[in-house]
Design a binder for this molecule. Structure first.
Ligand SMILES: NC(=O)c1ccc[n+]([C@@H]2O[C@H](COP(=O)([O-])OP(=O)(O)OC[C@H]3O[C@@H](n4cnc5c(N)ncnc54)[C@H](O)[C@@H]3O)[C@@H](O)[C@H]2O)c1
Ligand SMILES: [Zn+2]
Ligand SMILES: [Zn+2]
Length: 368
């Protein structure tokens, strides 16, 4: 019986419980988690900002070891180290075939229903079925996931660091490398320097951006942003962040601006920070009823501004997870530095509270 953190209803703390885990069915694998990062999206489920069928085992940023394979699984074997992908990607549907695996029909259906690919769950508690957050459920010592939602990595990467690839790194670095079109020498603004924002920053650096402006309200977050490649820091609590970014970009605005918080107000600010002909890339997930009010004539048509949403870093996980693991091994991608503190599963509620503090990029549950 694995120990897991369960969200029973919106507004309540996660409960730690010994849950039942059914064996993997055909096309599934059981994974013993080595580590799971705590992402803002987990917190957003508990506040109701992000839709997720409940009750559920939360957690979607994990890495571990395959301990059992279901019938017909050929891509993984017992003992493999894997990063869990919270969008299982089939590789063959309409979207996967067009290199938009993050929108995979099969994976998206699983996420929406709260179960695995057949919409049912392997977790239960006292006979009541528990959903898997995003076809994962990594706030558990063990989980069962679709084999197409687990990607093999090399054994010598510490699982506490590898776990972060599963959401924050893939999402952030992917937004910079896949969603946006950053050109060498570009100026980039990143609004929100948390766990995901730091990865947009290091992705922008990899893409060759020259000026990378981090925007946050917490001084400690801005300091860390510099370690990840930010060349300038704007403290949004010092006044108009849009004006400060414009000032740093010859009055034009940034070539590419990213929103990595999930607030309607900062989505609008990010749009205003992008220069004429530039891009605003929205990564943060605001509450579901959020709207975005744009002046069509001046900004979109005459100003040629582009707005793009970015889901899971527009990533093909089967290609990008090994690519990011390789960059880490070559010393070109920071993962260890994202792990501000390791915690036990019982401390997961504290990790939600620590999210706002300047000391924490990511809290990571270490199951070892
Ligand atoms: N699009 C995707 O696929 C995807 C994937 C993962 C996470 N997310 C979303 O990305 C967002 C960020 O996640 P995270 O884990 O990095 O969160 P986080 O809490 O670690 O970081 C948020 C940062 O924003 C800063 N901030 C808050 N309000 C601000 C304001 N008004 N102005 C400037 N800075 C402000 C905070 O100080 C913090 O540093 C969340 O909305 C999360 O749900 C999206
Ligand atoms: Zn996440
Ligand atoms: Zn697909």
């Amino acid at each position: 019986m694995p120990k897991a953190a369960v969200c029973k209803e919106i507004g309540s703390k996660l409960e730690i419980a010994d849950v039942d885990l059914a064996p993997p069915q055909a096309g599934e694998v059981r994974v013993r988690l080595g580590a799971s990062g705590v992402c803002h999206s987990d917190l957003s489920v508990t506040t109701g900002q992000l839709l997720q069928p409940l009750p559920a085992v939360l957690g979607h940023e994990g890495a571990g070891t395959v301990v059992e394979v279901g019938e017909g699984v050929t891509n993984l074997a017992e003992g493999d180290h894997v990063v869990i992908s919270w969008v299982p990607q089939c590789g063959t549907c309409y979207f996967c075939a067009r290199d938009q695996g993050e929108l995979c029909e099969v994976g998206s259906m699983a996420i929406m229903t709260g179960g695995l690919l057949d919409t049912t769950s392997r977790f239960s508690l006292g006979g009541q079925s528990l959903f898997h957050m995003a076809a994962s459920g990594t706030f558990s010592e063990e989980t069962v996931v679709p084999a197409m939602g687990a990607v093999k990595i090399s054994d010598d990467i510490p699982l506490t660091s590898a776990a972060l690839i599963g959401c924050g790194v893939l999402t952030g670095v992917g937004a910079a490398l896949n969603t946006a079109s950053i050109r060498p020498g570009d100026s980039v603004a990143v609004v929100g320097a948390g766990g995901v924002g730091l990865n947009v920053i290091q992705g922008a650096k990899l893409a060759g951006a020259e000026r990378i402006i981090a925007v946050d309200m917490v001084e400690g977050k801005l300091e860390r942003a510099r370690d990840f490649g930010a060349t300038d820091a704007v403290n949004a609590s010092d006044g108009n962040a849009v004006a400060q970014v414009q000032e740093l970009t010859s009055g034009r605005g940034a070539d590419v601006a990213f929103e990595v918080i999930g607030l309607e107000s900062t989505v609008m600010q990010t749009f205003e920070m992008a220069r004429r002909g530039g891009q605003a890339v929205i990564v943060g997930v605001p509450k579901m009823e959020s709207r975005f009010d744009v002046d069509v004539a001046l900004s979109l048509v005459m100003g040629e501004k582009q707005v793009r949403g970015s889901w899971y870093g527009s990533s093909n996980v089967h290609r990008d997870i090994p690519m990011l693991a390789g960059l880490y091994q070559e010393g070109k991608l920071k993962l260890d530095e994202l792990v501000s503190r390791t915690i036990t599963l019982d401390q997961v509620n504290d990790a939600f509270e620590a999210m706002g503090s300047g000391e924490v990029a990511r809290s990571v549950i270490d199951y070892s």
